[in-house]
Design a protein around this ligand. Sequence first.
Ligand code: ZN
Length: 371
Amino acid sequence: MDITKQQEIKKWFDENKVKYINFKKFEDDIRKEPYVTLFNKTLHSCMFNDCCYPPIRSHVFQEKGVMKSVSKNSRVYKPFYDDDSHSLILKDVTIGGNSARFWGFCDKHDKIFEEFESRKLLINEKDFTLQIYRCICRELSQIKDVIKANNILYYKIDKQIKKDVSNACLQHISEIAQDNDAILYLDNLVQTAVENCLVPVKQMNVKFERQRDKIYRMYCLMMKRITAKKYSFKDLYKDFYIKHISISNNTLPICVSCFVASINKKSKKLSYNLVLVISFPNGDNQEIIFFSLKSDANYALSFFNKKDMTDNDYIQLLEKITLTNANFWFLNPSYYDSLSDIQRAELNTKISQGVFEHNMNTIGDVFNFEI
Ligand SMILES: [Zn+2]
């Protein structure tokens, strides 16, 4: 290839690079598709040990107990990512629908929850252990799906961008079509630029993979107990930190399950501290559970900034965690409907900010639930 042709390609590429190699532009177009195909039954199997039967859509919280408490006429508000506004918005969904479920267990293994499902209340450590286990399973299933979907997305973006740039360049400098060296030169330019463009998004997946590994460890340690039918907290304390607060004679119009994560600065490798936070109405009480591996107990303890936390302090903490870390929570429409237009607008702004900023300290008051 002569040097002028090479210069011509390079010049065209430098001028057009920004136009074609724009991750954000592709992401918006392509993101919907892999998510749709991935959150599909065929790619999942029952989460109980090595069971390979297909899962049914399992509930995370009991439909007739918890979900009923946070609903009005069988409907609840749940946050969703809105592609148009790029923010989190509340949508009204039915409690029996897919939004409250995940690809959890097969018919047979879903029955391990039958006891408290039919009772509608969680009354003993066995119930709470099973509820914690079920929340961990949902988080694990969710993060695995996100990692898979992102990998497919990167692959598609990579392929699509390369194709688009080559076609555009060939249209502009048509004589290089027969010149293998020139094509190779162009391919190399594109390859490097695409790789650089995908670095930040691939790093995002590395973060998810590290978190998944830890959630998987928690899952395995829980699975060991469930298989051996050992449900007592006394046994769980060997591997886990658990703080269970039961706010008596008061319920909140919300249920939530999420992980709160922070980078472990002491570790040389990239790793995360993780705490599972679950809260839900249970009969006359509101349960709040903080659950982590024993090794992350100090991180969990850092949430409780006062020595004597009151019920109100815990509720405030839960509100902040929900808005800054959770995407799986349900709000009773009766509460939302009771707000003034200004209060609703404020809440919606906080919902869309909170999830991106992840900062519990700057979020301020959220729902102002009163007890
Ligand atoms: Zn199964």
